[in-house]
Design a protein around this ligand. Structure first.
Ligand code: 8Z2
Ligand code: NDP
Length: 361
């Protein structure tokens, strides 16, 4: 597995690399006596965030659906010094969500910090997206975040105690995310929740912020997201392996611990007056614009398909049950009412050309 803590050898200038693993800008013990609950804390960026809180003394609760990954992460995180509880939970289920807080309460007490990091995502053209595909992403990313947040807020309001929430977002909450309509809509909802609840719950001492990672490759990335990385890297046309870095304004990718450091700052006593803010840690990738407009590449084309082939109904995915209605049609048989013919390339339309910067939003 690739080392998530190292940058590849760099022949390019660009933003300097970060301090080594284990370093911290905050004083040792900043989180002593503090309980931090991280959803999706068993993998990837969630685990990296949990690790930085653990290094600073926090007791951790990591919550997600898969026990094996949670247990492995618990062992890794425990080695950093703190106590770690793994709680199995599907954040889409309000009863399970309440149980996680009960388990945390029994182990250490009501969490002081909630990091809503769990999310679901895969690239799919919007026209191919089934209701189930939409729900799989939106119910986890937006509704799950809300349910965790509501439970945290309710319990703090009842106890009269302050707390801090960090919602992990994505920069396409601002820009839209072609190929990720479900996730972009959900992340826009998450950003709105941050701004809404910071005001609604500020009077009760609850701080709510967002935190957006840029391109931070890690060994737990799903095949779908990793596949996107590979597509962007251009493995099929044999471009050099450092091409991913060359596509970022920083001329490097981010490292997961850089997100962890930002999270520990946002929930720390040094950031108490920061609330309702979403901090982007992406080397300015999402701000990227050029002097010249890049050519438009359709989402279908980016996913290796014919961009203007007429829509034929949602393709069935191998090994899955049949979705309802028109989506039951095999990919090679047109269904339903006639569709408009493929439109000519619209890249000449005013405003159509824009560098989406879709990598690592
Ligand atoms: C350049 C750098 C990077 C560029 C990346 C740029 C984006 C970065 C921003 C955000 C990044 C992230 O969020 S990264 C986080 C990614 N992590 C995860 O997704 C982890 C959790 N993921 C999962 O559990 C699964 O991958 C996921 C499919 C989402 C949910 O699994 P479930 O078991 O709940 O659901 P399933 O039953 O498998 O599927 C539910 C429905 O979704 C449909 N579905 C599933 N996969 C599909 C697919 N690929 N295309 C179409 N449809 C799909 C199924 O057919 C079902 O529809 P029906 O049959 O019709 O019901
Ligand atoms: N990686 C990237 O390039 C970017 C990531 N992000 C955001 O960063 C965050 C972390 O992403 P990353 O670490 O890369 O992704 P991962 O796929 O590694 O992590 C997703 C985590 O969410 C958990 N999860 C998924 N569905 C549920 C559910 N229903 N209930 C509980 N837990 C669930 C998974 O655990 P389990 O399967 O055990 O349930 C997993 O631990 C996400 O919010 C993502 O949107 C944003 C921009 C870019």
């Amino acid at each position: 597995m690739a080392d998530d803590n190292a940058l590849p050898g760099r022949a390019l200038p660009g933003l300097p690399g970060p301090p080594p693993p284990g370093a911290s800008a905050l004083p040792p013990g900043t989180y002593d006596g503090t309980v931090v609950l991280v959803t999706g804390g068993g993998t990837g960026l969630g685990k990296a965030i949990a690790a930085e809180f653990a290094r600073l003394g926090a007791d951790l609760v990591i919550a997600s659906r898969k026990e094996d990954r949670l247990k492995a992460a618990r062992d890794e995180l425990t080695a950093l010094g703190g106590r770690v509880t793994a709680a199995i939970c599907d954040i889409r289920d309000p009863d399970r969500v309440a149980e996680v807080f009960d388990a945390a309460g029994e182990a250490y007490g009501l969490p002081d910090v909630l990091v809503n990091n769990a999310a679901a995502n895969f690239p799919v053209p919007a026209e191919d997206m089934s209701p189930g595909a939409w729900s799989a992403v939106v119910d986890t990313t937006l509704t799950g975040t809300f349910l965790m947040t509501r439970e945290f807020g309710r319990r703090h309001l009842a106890a009269g105690t302050p707390g801090s929430i960090i919602d992990v977002g994505a920069s396409y909450a601002w820009t839209g995310g072609p190929g990720f309509a479900h996730s972009a809509a959900a992340k826009a909802g998450v950003k709105s929740l941050v701004e809404t609840l910071a005001v609604e719950w500020g009077p009760y001492g609850i701080q709510v912020n967002g935190l957006v990672p840029g391109l931070m490759p890690h060994g737990d990335m799903t095949a779908e997201i990793r596949g996107n990385l590979d597509r962007a890297r251009g493995v099929h046309d044999q471009r050099p392996a450092d091409d991913m870095a060359a596509r970022q304004p920083a001329l490097r990718v981010g490292l997961p611990r850089e997100l962890g450091w930002a999270a520990t700052f946002l929930a720390s006593p040094y950031a108490r007056f920061i609330t309702g803010h979403t901090l982007v840690v992406d080397g300015a990738n999402w701000q990227r614009r050029g002097v010249v407009s890049p050519p438009v590449t359709t989402v279908r084309e980016q996913l290796g398909r014919d961009p203007f082939e007429p829509f034929k109904g949602c393709p069935r995915r191998e090994g899955r049950g049949s979705p309802a209605g028109a989506e039951e049609a095999p990919a090679d048989s047109p269904v339903g009412p006639a569709r408009p013919k493929a439109r000519p390339n619209r890249s000449a339309e005013p405003g159509a050309a824009r560098d989406s910067g879709a990598d690592g939003q």
